[in-house]
Design a protein around this ligand. Sequence first.
Ligand code: RRO
Length: 304
Amino acid sequence: MKLATRVFGIDFQSPVVLAAGTCGFGMELESVLDVDALGGFVTKSVTLEPRAGNPAPRVAEFPAGMLNSVGLANPGLERTRKDKLPWLARNVRHARVFVSIAGHTVQEFFALIEGLDGDDGFLGFEINLSCPNDANRDGPPFALDPAAVSEIISGCRSRTDRPLLAKLAPNDPGLADTVRRATEAGADGLTLVNTLPGLLLRADSGEPELGAGEGGMSGPALRPAGLRAVREARAHTDLPLFGVGGVFAPQDAVAYARAGANMVQMGTASFAAPRAGLDLADGLKRWGRRHGVSAWDDLVVRKK
Ligand code: RRO
């Protein structure tokens, strides 16, 4: 099966992208996998200031997946520019890199775009509107505030010509409206979905398993939420969609394509096994051979 695909006018060598937060800035995986062989990857979300992150433990497993509250640990804008982007510019030729950005205010998103846009080493931005673990923000993530979605995406759009992905939430009761707003505000693609808010408690003490208390759930249990969100989004937009949530095996990626995803992002699976993204691409080729499908693009369901 031919995996190469073209979205928003850009060629990707495969539809498999590593999700934000699971591959650092690429260089952290250098010794375990050739990141340049991936379709692409999304960096850890970058904030204006460096963030140490939330108290340990930041990750807890359960039989159907994982709960995390990393708390946006990242080097901040200036160190990202100085220490991370130059490595990407030198080492990544074929994989498409998206820098994830996360503001605590609308204005911070704009400052991040302005601070990063002139640098080399990446293709586009993923606007993280849906982090469930931001202790510095009162209230729900921006993705659940329709006016904020419009304001952030249109403000980012006016500040960069690079591709912009908007990363949306799985627990959005107004997803159709959010998708419409992100589309009208000038996003080039949508990433669906971020993790789902959750809580794991110790039976003996009743204490949360994570140091921060609540977290975001990912892994196989998130797949139905991701598929539902992608299919609903596909009914309301022609934009390229990046499906994420429980992508482990080739059939998971194919299910996302059938829901309307042009690309898939892998998160929890590659957290556990860093090579999982490359293995998934190999598995997709075999899947196509077995099922008589000659191109990934033939699987992707378009808007009716
Ligand atoms: O850093 C995190 O705790 C985190 C982020 Br920014 C996000 O977008 N999604 C998530 O599950 N964790």
